[in-house]
Design a protein around this ligand. Sequence first.
Ligand code: ZN
Length: 284
Amino acid sequence: MIGRIIKVISNDYTVLVDDKKYICKPRGVFRNQNITPLAGDIVEINEDNIITKIFDRKNKLDRPPVSNIDMAIIVMSTTKPDFSNILLDKMLTIIEYNNIKPVICISKSDLLIDDKINESIAYYRKIGYKVLFNTEIDELKEIIKDKFVILTGQTGSGKSSLLNKLDLNLNLKTDEISLALGRGKHTTRAIEFYQIDNSFVADTPGFSSLTFNNMTKEDIKNNFIEFRKYNCKYSDCMHIKEDECALKEDLNNNLILKDRYDDYVSFIKEKENENISFNTKKNR
Ligand code: ZN
């Protein structure tokens, strides 16, 4: 039978085949080969509830450990925790790099939206991102239809309340995962996709401590989506120190959000420092 892993707690994998759920274990040989099934994997299982095969993944994240994700909803609150351009830009860049479609969801919009946040929202929309408020439930349900979706964002940004708004019956269902998370130990691997109509949505704790990992400086540049259109004097222009940079010209004309450009520069610096420390270690 072929199905999809929708829940992982410790070494128990819940595989959904049509409408039936099977709690499965991975084949022993996977461990020797260092293969770990992930939530989101499309798998083959046998009559003994053993996962015998994992099909090719279209994408894979390490943290959260999930695969085959269609969409990531970044929940960003206006306050408590404060709206963070730099965190949002980091998540957008990493999500783009992994070929996942990002959607921005603004929470706690009833509390406070200052001009700066409004300016950011308008800019993200202008460059092509979908930005919705967590009150626009029907629209959110429509865009997640038939998709495997992860919810990301800072602790306290309102991910669980969004999940509960998407499905009023979900309150009870979240208990088991919360319990597993509370117990420590196997927690980082506990993950569950909740079925909401024809969509599957997972809350992903710990996504905010993201790093660029194996992404290069060029990867960072290429995943600032509005930077892709620029043809500068130098074809490998990083849009930082180079002359005759078309992007910086637009920046000076306020066509690029200054905060976002500053985030980009700090990411490139972060990457350069990382490489320096890596090389120093290597030379020892
Ligand atoms: Zn440039």
